[in-house]
Design a protein around this ligand. Structure first.
Ligand code: ANZ
Ligand code: ZN
Length: 800
């Protein structure tokens, strides 16, 4: 009898003590770098979703090592940010303490899964030794002119007195307290990520990301090709500039719309005859989140700005101007030319405010909805009859350029990165403000700028970081003139530390550089990166941006940091819903490990469904996996001597090795396990198995269930530790079936099947085909024109 818990603990200890899975930075072997998104050590502990992606890459990493590679498979902790800070505030402990506790629990949980992470390279983004380099790299951005301070509207919760991300304020309310979120203007540090938009788009060609992930990146970058057009304001010298992707619809413009924050309203205060109404609308808009404002199906609201009119630069027509919150200040120019005939949002607005709708592309029904399809331009003197949109756009743009009223323009949805947080628990932004010298870098030899050991972490009344309350920390001297100066009190976003952690793993103890050149040259790119679909946009983009910047500065050898990026499907509760405490459907991996063991959990979680798809938890499935492992143990009773495969099993072994090898490479873990179950069924039919049979069975299962397989391998003295042994190989010839059933078609319809032998000649197959009884029935009274043999696949008979 094998005691599962003891066995698992024994091997886990063995691996840790022997550093079995530690990679070397100097090796003759070929390198391979597997990366999981390092976990956020939250108070609620490890999720089975973590287990699934960890084990998936573990299976790949374990097999790769056995195939002779020097495999880097590291883990660390992404531990700055709001959740840890809130936990600390609530429990009145230092966030550092809270994080230490959480890491301890998390680490024990991760280790109890037996995942072959390399613990020698572990670090947390909150370690001063690590964030020293995050600060160092920020200074590189600052010195390259890519960091700047700007007034930004942020989502602000008046109750929690804190800025919120769009995610934390979805639906327009604070995720924590439910208070409606308002927009508040605040000076923030920004990184010029938009200037990298084109490079980030092009760089994708250098990667092998899954298509859906590439697409997510492309959409997030949101490149739009169009034009900027100037509409004169009647009776002034002033112009209203808009961005449009459809200059070809310019004759269909019947009104203009400004974002509520548009500066033109301030400029023309005196001319606006309904300023009060406009002001109150502007005020209302500050209470809406961007999320609410961009909902397509929302009721359109707005106010006409009385006293101002715009002039169409092509037709000369006079147009009313509105403000409405469906136009965003942060995109394009913050103003649009509205074409209700062909843009649905404009159509809805026009209907509500009784503005004319004009058709300029033929083909739709303006009474029902805007028409966004193709068609000939109509009611458009310069381009009437043109059906090719590109050509129509080109003509209008040429006209605008000629008359100096516009120009071609490319826009990106991708915004500059808001890099400030008014929070305690983040990397301090290493800058100092001096009244005479302005913003200055903290000298490199003074890094890291460490967080103080204060006891108050509550944000200040006016929403400054708690750091602003600590005079002893804030007051310092100017590195340039030596006069008195103040430290920046904003900290970095959680996304900062996760933008370069994959580099640090290559050389985590280096105290001279963020990573040595040698280590970077050896490890190169991350070969295989696994993460959630929810991080396929921002985190992935931030990390690529960060790395591209370091590359442009000559600090890293590769422009793109990741080669393959895949995404796992989510593990849902047994009710098919996302796991959550409130639904009571959360599966705690600890419970499963206690009841069945880690190997069972690993086996089940890899067998439960296609890796990329969502899967629901199923308790019967777990029990089934346990029974499968019990059968593996029982095979031990049949072992007799023998250093070759049992003849009856040999072919199955070669086939299974081939299948498992390939399936693991393609992340088809469930079918790999299925083929091991098939092998198991054949083994059950035998009264004895050889030592080689048993060892190979254990070896193939080892990446999935490493503890049990090592234990049995040791108990039966079958050979060297499996993790230290070469992965089983197969003989291609022996994987091919000697006999195969193929279909026979008569005039294109399948009429029968015959069994052919691998060595059968074409003539022999033809003969067999024509002898087949069923086939003969279809040949009666007809003449055979041709018999076409496609070897190994099909026979076609053509008759008349
Ligand atoms: C006229 C027009 C006619 C438009 C038409 C579309 C269809 P993408 O593709 O996302 O870049 N737009 C421009 N700036 C905006 C802003 N700040 N807030 C809200 N909407 C804005 O979208 C570009 C289109 O979105 C632009 O082209 C503009 O409407 C609108 F048949 O101009 B279009
Ligand atoms: Zn100074």
């Amino acid at each position: 009898m094998i005691n599962i818990r003891e066995t698992e603990q024994k091997w886990q200890k063995h691996w840790l003590e022997n550093h079995t899975f530690s990679a070397s930075n100097q090796s003759e072997k070929e390198k391979y770098y597997y990366l999981i998104e390092f976990p956020y050590p939250s108070g609620s502990g490890l999720h089975v979703g973590h287990c699934r992606s960890h084990v998936a890459l573990d299976v790949m990493a374990r097999k790769k090592r056995m195939m002779g590679y020097n495999v880097l498979f590291p883990i660390g902790w992404d531990a700055f940010g709001a959740p840890a800070e809130q936990y600390a505030v609530k429990n009145k402990i230092h966030p550092k303490k809270a994080v230490e506790e959480n890491i301890r629990t998390f680490k024990a949980q991760v280790q109890s899964m037996g995942t072959s992470f390399e613990w020698d390279r572990e670090f947390s983004t909150t370690d001063p030794d690590y964030y020293k380099w995050t600060q160092w790299q920020f200074l590189k951005f600052f010195e390259a002119g890519l960091a700047y301070k700007a007034e930004k509207n942020i989502n602000w919760c008046p109750t929690c007195k804190t800025g919120l991300s769009n995610e934390d304020s979805s639906g327009g309310v604070c995720e924590r307290c439910g208070t409606p979120v308002v927009q508040k203007s605040k000076a923030q540090w920004m990184l010029k990520m938009q200037s990298y938009a084109e490079q980030l788009l092009e760089g994708l060609d250098d990667t092998h990301f899954q298509e859906k992930i590439k697409l997510a990146q492309v959409n997030w970058i949101g490149k739009s090709v169009g034009a900027e057009i100037d509409f004169a304001i009647a009776g002034t010298d002033e112009k209203l500039r808009v961005f449009t992707t459809r200059p070809d619809t310019i004759y269909g413009v019947t009104f203009m719309v400004l974002a509520p924050e548009h500066p033109m309203i301030e400029t023309y205060q005196e001319r606006i005859t309904n300023l009060d109404e406009v002001r109150s609308y502007q005020h209302e808009a500050t209470h809406k989140s961007e999320f609410e404002r961009t909902q397509l199906n929302k009721d359109k609201t707005g106010v006409e700005i009385k006293g101002l009119k715009a002039l169409n630069p092509v037709s000369g027509e006079e147009l009313p101007i509105f403000i409405s919150d469906y136009v965003m200040m942060g995109y394009g120019t913050g103003a649009i030319m509205a074409v209700p005939g062909h843009d649905q949002r404009d159509w809805e607005f026009a209907r509500k405010f009784n503005v004319p709708i004009v058709e300029v592309i033929a083909g739709g029904d303006m009474d029902k909805e805007a028409y966004s399809g193709d068609g000939a331009s109509v009611n458009s003197p310069l381009i009437n009859g043109i059906t090719d949109r590109k050509e129509a756009i080109g003509r209008i743009v040429d006209h605008l350029v000629e008359h100096r009223t516009g120009e071609a323009k490319v826009n990106y949805k991708l915004q500059d990165w808001v890099f400030s947080r008014q929070r305690f628990w983040g990397e301090p932004i290493p800058l100092i403000y001096c009244d005479s010298c302005g913003w200055q870098s903290v000298p490199y030899d003074q890094l890291p700028v460490e967080l103080p050991e204060i006891v108050e972490y509550e944000p200040t009344e006016d929403g400054e970081s708690p750091l602003a309350n600590i005079d002893s920390w804030v007051n310092t001297t100017c590195p340039h003139c030596g006069g008195s100066a103040r430290r920046e009190t904003d900290t970095m976003p959680n996304w900062a530390g996760s933008s370069w952690y994959f580099l640090r793993y290559m050389d985590p103890k280096n105290d001279q550089e963020f990573v040595s050149r040698e280590a970077m040259n050896y490890w190169g790119k991350v070969d295989w990166y696994n993460g959630g679909m929810e991080h396929a946009t921002r985190h992935l983009l931030y990390a690529r941006f960060w790395n591209q910047f370091l590359y442009n500065e000559g600090l890293v050898p590769y422009k793109e940091p990741f080669n393959v990026r895949v995404a796992h499907g989510m593990v849902l509760g047994s009710d098919g819903e996302k796991m959550s405490k409130s639904k009571g459907n959360v599966i705690n991996p600890d419970d499963i490990i206690r009841q069945y063991g880690a190997d069972t959990l690993r086996c089940y979680i890899m067998f439960m469904g296609d890796y990329e798809k969502e899967v629901s938890w199923n308790d019967h499935g777990v029990a089934g996996s346990r029974r499968f492992l019990d059968r593996i143990v029982k095979v031990g009773d049949k072992v007799r001597d023998g250093q070759s495969y049992s003849p009856a099993l040999e072919k199955t072994y070669h086939k299974t090795i081939k299948k498992v090898t390939r399936d693991i490479d393609e992340m088809k873990f469930n079918t790999a396990i299925a083929s091991l179950m098939i092998l198991m069924n054949e083994i059950d039919e035998q009264s004895t198995v050889t030592r080689k049979d048993y060892r190979t069975l254990l070896h193939l299962l080892n990446p999935f269930c490493p503890h049990l397989t090592e234990e049995l391998n040791e108990q039966f003295s079958l050979g060297e530790e499996l993790s230290q042994s070469a992965w089983p190989t197969y003989d291609e010839a022996k994987t091919i079936d000697q006999e195969k059933e193929i279909a026979i078609q008569v005039n294109g319809k399948v009429r029968s099947t015959i069994l052919v032998h691998l060595d059968d000649t074409e003539e022999a197959i033809k003969a067999k085909t024509l002898e087949d009884e069923k086939v003969q029935k279809f040949l009666e009274g007809k003449t055979v024109v041709k018999v076409i043999v496609i070897k190994g696949k099909i026979v076609n008979i053509v008759v008349k």
